[in-house]
Design a binder for this molecule. Structure first.
Ligand code: GDD
Ligand code: MN
Length: 362
């Protein structure tokens, strides 16, 4: 097998058949396979892939249940193949499959280790995007390039090809978080790979809708964090801490309203603020930090109770440590920060075991 085209899918039923036809058209003369990695789509995507595979033996589907994530899907798809080269592309026909032979030729000739289909080089473009999506993409791209010093025109591209050696050299260091596998790959290589970019114009989606949402943006920030300071701090702890900081803002906002607008007595206002911040922290962690293990239905309430109980103990530890430090003649700021740090680590450690670890992901 020379080339495995790995295609992550989540609700892409209408795009499978047209994509396979186009791949077949473009990849004549190449020994190739298409590996769809489907995260339990609800629109019958896996069924559609099975139907197409009956007619095309070079097509197969890797099904993941109880999991989500574009990057991790692509990684597992590549790992499931014996091919010499791997291409990653979206299912919705937004990527230009006619570039695949050129990318493959460049890799085969040893001209590069990584071939990238690029919107942001001469000859490429984003096609029919609205101005907000254009701006977001530009900002995210330049943030990624600056923070990580990646010398690539389109590090956010979801369309690229690499050799098995390039994959093997980086696979154990991949974060696998979120949408941006290419940045993850480049930064997980021991040395900067030789890169060649192939311009193309991003096409409109054929069928279905985009899965890009606020969580994707959060995941992107977490990927950047993991790639810059991840060797010192686990990314989930960072996410937990970021949610905690949002919680502080929620707390202060509720406290301010309760005191100024409702003229409640301070203890009542403070209690309302603590309760709101706890519920908001729990909700955000459940949706962002522990998205894979998200609690729903009655488990959500049980989780909230466990979270509040763990955080109450964390708060005691926080006050204990801070008071001790303060008693030892440390300044108030240092003492408070030490207390916060201990509380944070405690809350993170305990809730990750007690609240979000149990059983299968849901
Ligand atoms: N298995 C799996 N699991 N696939 C997913 C998931 C998931 O959780 N989320 C999305 N996908 C699949 C979609 O079905 C689609 O085939 C592909 O990943 C891209 O998702 P889209 O929702 O179409 O993303 P987009 O068009 O907004 O963004 C794409 O283009 C950007 C620019 O090149 C992605 O490729 C981005 O990574 C890329 O930056
Ligand atoms: Mn798309």
């Amino acid at each position: 097998m020379e080339l495995a085209v790995v295609i992550p899918t989540f609700n892409e039923a209408g795009n499978i058949e047209p994509l396979v036809q186009r791949l077949e058209h473009s990849l004549g003369g190449v020994q190739w396979e298409a590996i769809f990695v489907d995260d339990d789509s609800t629109d019958g995507t896996a069924q559609r892939i099975r139907e197409v595979a009956m007619r095309h033996p070079s097509v197969r589907c890797l099904r993941r249940i109880g999991r989500r994530g574009l990057s991790s899907a692509c990684i597992e798809g590549m790992l499931s193949s014996h091919a010499r080269y791997f291409a990653v592309m979206d299912a919705d026909l937004q990527h230009d499959e006619s570039l695949l032979p050129k990318m493959l030729a460049a890799l085969r000739a040893g001209e590069c280790d990584l071939a990238i289909g690029s919107r942001y080089v001469e000859g490429g473009g984003v096609g029919e995007w609205g101005s907000s999506r254009r701006i977001i993409s530009r900002v995210a791209t330049s943030l990624g390039k600056r923070l990580l010093r990646v010398p690539v025109g389109d590090p956010m591209s979801g369309f690229f090809m690499l050799s098995r050696e390039t994959l093997e050299a980086s696979v154990r260091r991949l974060s696998g978080v979120g949408f941006k596998l290419l940045i993850d790959l480049i930064l997980s290589m021991p040395a900067l790979p030789r890169i060649r970019e192939f311009p193309y114009v991003f096409r409109p989606r054929l069928s279905g809708g985009s899965k890009l949402d606020l969580r994707t943006a959060w995941d992107y920030l977490m990927l950047l964090a993991d790639k810059s300071i991840g060797q010192f701090v686990p990314v989930q702890l960072l996410s937990f801490a970021a949610v905690g900081s949002i919680g502080v803002l929620v707390h202060l906002a509720v406290l301010g309203c309760a005191l100024d607008l409702l003229s409640l007595p301070f203890p009542v206002a403070q209690s309302a603020a603590v309760a709101t911040a706890m519920v908001s922290n729990f909700t955000l962690n459940n949706a962002l930090t522990y998205r894979d293990k998200r609690l729903r239905g009655w488990r959500w309430f049980r989780g909230l109770a466990g979270f509040c109980a763990a955080c109450a103990v964390g708060a005691l530890a926080n006050v204990g440590v801070a008071s001790y430090m303060h008693g030892e003649q440390n300044g108030w700021l240092l003492s408070a920060l030490a207390g916060i740090l201990v509380g944070l680590v405690w809350n993170y450690a305990v809730t990750s075991v007690l609240v979000w670890s149990s059983g299968k992901p849901r």
